[in-house]
Design a protein around this ligand. Structure first.
Ligand code: IMP
Length: 199
């Protein structure tokens, strides 16, 4: 089946995170896509009940497309640690608790890795474009590396201070944000979206 393309016009961004909204709006502007946030349309965020990044991105994009009657873009992302059976995975945000304290989430990952030699980890980002007729196009990006301890750097967010991408000497927390954004899991997923649905 050929992929459905996004033909200019307005696109609803399902994220309620201001930083992500700004970043995605800037990425789409050169393609003549005007973005509006789900929050500005009064759309509620659905509960993330999926078992995979793809299911969560799709349920968020479908809810926004249905609510707005317009195409919508949603994302879901997280850190996957194979030695922990894939945890924290889709629960990456929830591991930081109600206070969204990622020092706690990083310490939890480290505590569970004690005594294990396999410190591989990767970030995943899934982007889903959904249309009001329930058609979806889904794109996955990954960036692989390993975990370090103690955390290093103040520039990023989430698990950035303990993630060292393959071939790099700085953690994502130490790295210039422009460089991180060019190589990140979100950049990889976004490049696939552009090639398939916008290019
Ligand atoms: P989401 O907003 O439901 O996609 O939650 C993603 C969670 O995964 C975030 O709260 C972070 O904990 C983590 N995460 C995703 N991408 C990154 C990243 O680039 N750096 C650090 N942590 C990330």
């Amino acid at each position: 089946m050929t992929a459905r393309r996004l033909e200019g016009g307005r696109l609803v961004l399902a994220s309620h995170n201001a930083g992500k909204l700004r970043e995605i709006a800037a990425l789409l502007r050169p393609y003549g896509i005007e973005t509006i946030s789900a929050a500005s349309l009064g759309l509620a965020e659905p509960e993330e009940t999926g078992a995979t990044f793809e299911e969560n991105a799709e349920l968020k994009a479908l809810a926004a497309a249905a609510g707005a009657g317009l195409p919508a873009l949603a994302d879901d992302s997280g850190l996957v640690v194979p030695a922990l059976g894939g945890a924290p995975g889709i629960y990456s945000a929830r591991w930081a608790g109600a206070g969204k304290d990622f020092r706690i989430a990083m310490a939890k990952v480290e505590a569970r890795l004690v005594g294990r030699s396999d410190r591989r980890a990767y970030f995943v980002a899934v982007l889903t474009l959904a249309w009001p007729d329930r058609h979806v196009e889904t794109f996955r990006g990954e960036v692989h590396g390993r975990l370090v301890w103690p955390p290093r750097g103040e520039k990023g967010f989430g698990y950035d201070p303990i993630f060292l991408a393959e071939g790099e000497s700085e953690t994502f927390g130490e790295m210039d944000p422009g460089k991180k954004h060019r190589m990140s899991h979100r950049a990889v997923a976004f490049a696939k979206l552009v090639t398939t649905s916008l290019g």
